[in-house]
Ligand binder design. Structure first.
Ligand SMILES: Cc1cc2nc3c(=O)[nH]c(=O)nc-3n(C[C@H](O)[C@H](O)[C@H](O)COP(=O)(O)OP(=O)(O)OC[C@H]3O[C@@H](n4cnc5c(N)ncnc54)[C@H](O)[C@@H]3O)c2cc1C
Length: 388
């Protein structure tokens, strides 16, 4: 990284920190949908969403941190680490713009990209990414949602679940089967761009343990034109996996942001709270905890930095990304759990920050590839490294 790029990332971190300080209280206490919309509007106003879209499609100029037709993982990680420190809702609304629109950036035709991507970068259109199905989670080759070719384009039938931004998004990038049967190899799946206004699209919302707009998306004879195919017919799984590969390291960065906040809260609480006539921070057992939390967090940060740099530099970096996602998200669970313990009863009281953090970090071990899937990826890289 050159000095200009280092300065750019340092400036981005400062901007995100100042933004989070101001924006987090303005999002708290609102209903889930209001909070989601407000978060997006505030992120747009601060021009942070530009970092979720490639520079060539109306996103931020990454000044060589990555190729112009992609998004900088280092920038995403820097921003998510700070946003998550302040608010899970700010973090999720930020990243979903990128995750939902990246298949369009990589595979959309020029007209579709021009129509949608600049407005995603400005927060005028909300994006969603639809892979998971009731019977296809970790195993995406089992996707059963079908897209049949018609005279005008594609007719889609099936259902997706656990779709972030369901019901709020203006479009969905959808993985669907264009040939073969569930379980067939990846070459029978394709990605399609589906506007939320398409006839036959229905939403059923549900709640998860931390504020996060999410639900099911059902497709009943949803018709989209031929040009809504993203990339090549039969290459949709590759496109979906390339999207996840680009964004997964940023999940680890968000985990680090949550964990860093939990550690900050623990340090403050242990210093302020007295029991047995002394601050809790003087008890060796708790001092050891703080040391453990710190060293594990630092290790997570280094793993994220290594993975983000490798991906930005054009490497697949499957092992580096899997290590970072696995370790940082598991570690955030550990750190937030210790922080709850340090707060005693207050740690589980609604409204206390560590209670929220404990709920916020749980899903990170599950989405964008569970911890077990990261272990499988890492073991494959270690035991059967790609040749050449
Ligand atoms: C908050 C949240 C937001 C999400 N947002 C989105 C979204 O926007 N778009 C989207 O498409 N999806 C989204 N998801 C879905 C998410 O990607 C899936 O939940 C995840 O991929 C796991 O799939 P599953 O839930 O079907 O679990 P399963 O695949 O059924 O796995 C269940 C358990 O079995 C383990 N397991 C599975 N296979 C193996 C194996 N071979 N070896 C060892 N263990 C294994 C898993 O690790 C897990 O612990 C979201 C999920 C959550 C919780």
């Amino acid at each position: 990284m050159n000095a200009e790029q280092e300065a750019l990332l340092a400036d981005l971190r400062e901007r995100a920190r100042a933004f989070g300080r101001d924006a987090a209280p303005r999002v708290e206490g609102l209903s889930e949908d209001d909070a989601a919309r407000k978060a997006l509007a505030l992120l747009a106003e601060a021009n942070l969403l530009a970092w979720t879209v490639p520079g060539k499609d109306g996103g931020a100029d990454a000044r060589g941190l990555c190729a112009p037709d992609t998004v900088s993982v280092r920038a995403l990680c820097t921003l998510r680490d700070e946003l998550a420190w302040h608010s899970g809702m700010l973090d999720v609304m930020f990243v979903m713009q990128g995750l939902g629109s990246y298949p369009l950036a990589r595979g959309g035709n020029a007209a579709l990209r021009k129509e949608y991507l600049p407005s995603v970068a400005r927060g005028r259109r909300m994006a969603a990414f639809a892979l998971t199905e009731p019977d296809a989670g970790s195993s995406l080759a089992d996707v059963a949602t079908r897209a049949e070719k018609t005279a005008r384009g594609w007719r889609i039938n099936g259902s997706k679940t656990f779709i972030s931004n369901a019901g709020l998004a203006e479009f969905y990038t959808v993985l669907a089967r264009t040939s073969g049967a569930p379980g067939d190899g990846g070459d029978s799946l394709s990605m399609l761009f589906v506007p939320a206004s398409a006839r036959g699209l229905a939403i059923e919302r549900f709640e998860v343990m931390a504020p996060h707009p999410i639900g099911e998306v059902r497709f009943s004879d949803v018709e989209v034109p031929a040009e809504n195919l993203l990339g090549v017919d039969g290459k949709g799984l590759e496109l979906a996996l390339a999207t996840l590969a680009r964004f997964r390291t940023s999940v680890a960065a968000a985990a680090n942001g949550f964990a860093r906040r939990a550690l900050d809260e623990s340090k403050a609480r242990l210093t302020a709270r007295k029991q047995f006539g002394k601050p809790l921070s003087t008890f060796q057992a708790l001092r050891f905890d703080i040391a453990d939390m710190d060293v594990r967090l630092r290790a997570s940060q280094l793993l994220v930095a290594e993975a983000a740099e490798a991906v930005d530099n054009g490497s697949k970096a499957a092992a580096e990304v899997a290590r970072a996602k696995l370790f940082a998200t598991e570690n955030a669970g550990f750190v937030c759990d210790r922080a709850v313990q340090h707060f005693g009863g207050l740690g589980v009281k609604r409204g206390v920050i560590v209670e929220r953090l404990y709920r916020d970090v749980r899903a990170l071990r599950i989405y964008e590839g569970t911890s077990e899937i990261q272990k499988l990826v890492l073991a494959k890289e270690l035991l059967e490294p790609p040749r050449g």
